[in-house]
Design a binder for this molecule. Structure first.
Ligand SMILES: *Cc1c(COP(=O)(O)O)cnc(C)c1O
Length: 393
């Protein structure tokens, strides 16, 4: 069988295995101390006051939107070039996602168009900037716009754990936002199997997220509402807890957090190697006109979740489907990130039209994600480059 080179892949070493085994042998499987330890490690890494871990970042988006007070007839605004979860979570809240086009240079939300849209649409409660491929959005500008209209900012940093803003500080420190979320799906920066984390500096949001994560039941020092049932002779009843709002079971296990914690220790090493590979690709394509890497000017800031190139297929004999098939025949897997969310049948059925987002459509027609992951060898990468060049010549 041919060796497969996927577009992305997690990396597990013996330390990861040992951390998980230690949980299985000695500790709580869920709701134990490892969840808190992982939360503290991430908060410490990005420089936020608080962090809340949950079963996935999709669950996290739902909770973050709820915590921000999103409800029926409210709106969120985000980029069409994202994974469907960013806007789906607004639909969970019976709110309406609004899309604003990307900047073709960064593939992130275009601040100018964002500002125009926000001026002309009522009830926008949340902006969800997506740091595409790990390149942070222009958060200073987005914050200026949001502050002007009193809009909450929730950063979708699923691609951007370990990325840096222009000022050199870490994505997730919530300097420019109310909450920031990360994903630990195996294809993302670090793996927990499944998992997500929200960081915030706001204690009220922190406490709200803890409650939403576990059925809406009181946590920490939440004031008990039903005093008569809660206390005997002014002392809290030992069995007593109360559900104060409608929450969910969006908890993550200690097993997953043990893996996440041990993976986090390797994150800098992961990103360094990704950057090395990115620069090798850049160099290989520097004099090859048929392939244009995206975000090339911003290599120092990104966490390099993906290596995306734009290929102008309209000038070539080969189309994208054929190219991907030819690559696959040689064991090289590529992917498209992303078809605009508005092109999915479900969004079409809600009346969304992709033609309104010209830059997103142009980008979608050209983009291709090439293999990029920590354990990709230089030799395998060279094979990808050589084959791609020969197919596009
Ligand atoms: C992966 C991803 C999500 C969802 O994260 P999960 O942990 O898989 O639920 C949301 N937004 C973006 C941009 C993503 O890439």
């Amino acid at each position: 069988m041919k060796k497969i080179i996927p577009y992305g892949k997690h990396y597990i070493d013996q330390d990861d295995i040992n951390s998980v085994v230690d949980i299985l042998k000695n500790k709580n499987l869920t709701q134990g101390p490892t969840v808190l330890a992982f939360e503290k490690a991430v908060a410490n890494f990005v420089g936020s006051k608080y962090a809340v871990a949950m079963s996935s970042w999709t669950a996290g988006l739902h909770m973050a939107y709820l915590a921000a007070g999103l409800k029926e007839n409210d709106k969120i605004i985000t980029s069409p070039v994202t994974f469907v979860a960013t806007s789906n979570a607004a639909l969970y809240c019976n709110a309406k996602p609004i899309f604003s086009d990307i900047d073709p240079e960064t593939i992130n939300l275009c601040s100018k168009q964002l500002e125009e849209k926000i001026k002309n649409i009522d009830n926008i409660k949340i902006i969800s900037p997506v740091h595409f491929s790990g390149l942070p959005c222009d958060m200073k500008e987005i914050k200026r716009i949001a502050d002007k209209h009193k809009i909450t900012i929730i950063e979708d940093a699923a691609h951007a754990l370990g990325a840096k803003y222009e000022d050199g500080t870490m994505v997730g420190n919530c300097k420019y936002s109310d909450m920031t979320g990360f994903s630990f799906h195996p294809v993302k920066s670090i793996a927990a199997g499944e998992g997500g984390m929200i960081t915030t500096n706001n204690k009220r949001l922190y406490k709200k997220l803890l409650k939403l994560r576990s059925h809406g039941i009181n946590k920490l020092d939440d004031k008990l509402i039903n005093k008569e049932l809660a206390f005997t002779d002014d002392i809290k009843n030992p069995w007593y807890y109360e559900m104060q709002e409608l929450g969910y079971n969006y908890r993550i296990t200690d097993i997953q957090c043990a893996l996440g914690q041990s993976q986090l220790k390797k994150l800098n090493k992961f990103i360094d190697r990704r950057l090395e590979l990115v620069l090798r690709y850049d160099e290989a394509f520097a004099t090859f006109n048929n392939v244009k890497p995206i975000q090339k000017k911003y290599r120092k800031l990104s966490s390099h979740h993906l290596y995306v190139v734009e290929i102008n297929f309209s000038n070539l004999e080969i189309n994208r489907a054929k190219l991907m098939t030819e690559l696959r025949n040689e064991g090289i897997l590529t992917q498209v990130h992303y078809m605009p969310v508005t092109s999915h049948p479900y969004y079409k059925s809600l009346g969304y039209e992709t033609c309104n987002y010209k830059n997103s459509v142009d980008y979608y027609n050209k983009c291709l994600s090439l293999p990029l992951y920590y354990s990709l060898t230089n030799d395998d990468q060279s094979k990808v480059i050589k084959l791609l060049k020969s197919l596009l010549n």
